[in-house]
Design a protein around this ligand. Structure first.
Ligand SMILES: [Zn+2]
Length: 253
């Protein structure tokens, strides 16, 4: 399908609008949305595959806190992955360093360099979740939430390294047929996620993917959560950052 046909179809089809992505996701295709070029699309597919392979090698947990240099080294050393090409790296660089205002994302930058390293001594793995939190305020807030909300609340996403956020961002762009703008309204670009410095997501045990939809707001856990005076939801309805409502995302300040 050529791009022009795709856009006109996307504009009129309810299946390609936000409704495809479950309750609460109201990020529709816009006429001025920016898509990957044909070459970028090829780079996206190849880089995404490599990131997925590296994740399999190092494990889901460690991938959450891995640095970009470590990813590159593993890819280069392991013939099952293969070295990232120049055009793949250029595309990832662009996604990291581009000003995302042009994609409709207006949040603040959290990570300066694509090579940002997360120090092991500053983080702690949270049992049974596969996720990590920063020691200090993030960990303290999470423990307070567990105590105040009860045993059914759980960490669903903690610290995200640059490669982790990049991998999620590429997945989203891929699932949206190369629409970078629409992806940026659903997930923060890699240099702009607060998961890399403090924030985390919580959900109700056993809900799976529904924790990342407005369904979460119907749970007793969410109702208890919003009553806590030390908790803020970062991406509220119609937030200035241009991101969809994320009732599961806890702001740590
Ligand atoms: Zn989040």
């Amino acid at each position: 399908m050529n791009r022009r046909n795709f856009i006109s179809l996307a504009t009129f089809s309810p299946f390609l609008g936000g409704k495809l992505f479950g309750e609460g996701f109201s990020s529709d295709v816009g006429l001025s949305d920016i898509y990957t070029t044909k070459d970028e699309w090829s780079s996206l597919i190849l880089a995404r595959e490599k990131l997925t392979k590296v994740k399999k090698i190092v494990g889901y947990g460690h991938f959450n806190v891995i640095s970009f240099d470590e990813v590159l080294k593993i890819a280069k050393d392991d013939p099952k992955v293969g070295e990232f090409s120049k055009s793949e790296l250029e595309f990832l660089d662009k996604l990291f360093y581009d000003n995302p205002n042009k994609y409709g994302f207006y949040g603040t930058q959290t990570t300066e360099k694509i090579t940002q390293v997360i120090e092991e001594k500053e983080i702690i793995k949270i049992n049974y979740t596969g996720h990590y939190l920063f020691r200090g305020k993030s960990l303290d807030d999470y423990n307070r939430i567990l105590k105040d909300v009860g045993k059914d609340i759980i960490l669903t996403s903690g610290i995200r390294s640059v490669p982790k956020q990049m991998s999620l961002y590429l997945d989203k762009i891929y699932s949206l047929n190369g629409n970078i703008s629409q992806a940026s309204r659903i997930i923060a670009p890699p240099a702009y996620t607060h998961h890399s410095i403090s924030d985390f997501d919580v959900g109700k045990k056993g809900l799976g993917g529904r924790n990342f939809s407005t369904f979460f707001t119907t749970t007793q856990e969410f109702k208890s959560l919003v009553l806590l005076d030390y908790i803020k939801i970062r991406y509220t309805e119609n937030n200035k950052d241009g991101v969809i409502y994320e009732p599961w995302h806890i702001q740590v300040v």
